[in-house]
Design a protein around this ligand. Structure first.
Ligand code: FES
Ligand code: FES
Length: 151
C-alpha cells in the first residue's frame, strides 16, 4: 500500500506492507536511519519518535497508522544545520558511548523539555525510564539533560 506521512515537516510517500512498522519504513524505505532498532518490542526506546507531537516507540506503530499524520525523528530536531540543544548537551556532557540509545534519548529529552523546561531529577528519571542504555550507567545522560535544560 502507498502511504503519505509528513516527516520532519515534509510530505513523504512510501510503499509499505500492511504489517510493517513505522520504524522499518523510516529506516529502510525513507532513508532515515537515526531511529535505532534495538529490541523491536517496545522495551528499549531506541526507536523513539514524535507522532503528532506525542512520544512513541516507532517499532510499535504501524507505518500505515502514521499515514496522514506528522512524525518528527531525531534527524528533524536540528534547525538550519544547527544541532538541537539536547544534541549539543549530549556531546558536551559525554553522554554517548556506543550511541545506540542516543537518538531515542535525545528525542525523549527534547520532548520532556518541551513540556517541562526545568524538570527535577525524579521527573527526568521518570520521563526517560523507557529509554535503556547498556553503556553509560545513566549519570552522564542525567548531566546532559540538566545541561540542555539550563542552556
Ligand atoms: S526498538 Fe522500539 S522500543 Fe526497542
Ligand atoms: S551509549 Fe551504548 S546503549 Fe547507550
Amino acid at each position: 500500500m502507498r502511504i503519505t506521512i509528513t516527516i520532519n515537516g515534509e510530505p513523504r510517500e512510501a510503499d509499505v506492507w500492511p504489517g510493517e512498522s513505522l520504524l522499518f519504513a523510516l529506516r529502510e524505505r525513507l532513508g532515515l536511519p537515526g531511529s535505532k532498532n534495538a529490541c523491536e518490542q517496545g522495551e528499549c526506546g531506541s526507536c523513539s519518535v514524535l507522532l503528532d507531537a506525542r512520544l512513541v516507540c516507532s517499532c510499535l506503530v504501524l507505518a500505515a497508522q502514521a499515514a496522514g499524520h506528522e512524525v518528527v525523528t531525531v534527524e528533524g530536531l536540528a534547525r538550519d544545520d544547527q544541532p538541537h540543544r539536547v544534541q549539543e548537551a549530549f556531546v558536551e556532557a559525554g553522554a554517548v558511548q556506543c550511541g545506540f540509545c542516543t537518538p531515542g534519548l535525545v528525542v525523549a529529552t527534547a520532548d520532556l523539555l518541551a513540556h517541562n523546561p526545568s524538570p527535577t531529577e525524579d521527573e527526568v528519571r521518570e520521563a526517560l525510564s523507557g529509554n535503556l542504555c547498556r553503556c553509560t550507567g545513566y549519570a552522564k545522560i542525567l548531566d546532559a539533560v540538566s545541561l540542555a535544560a539550563s542552556a
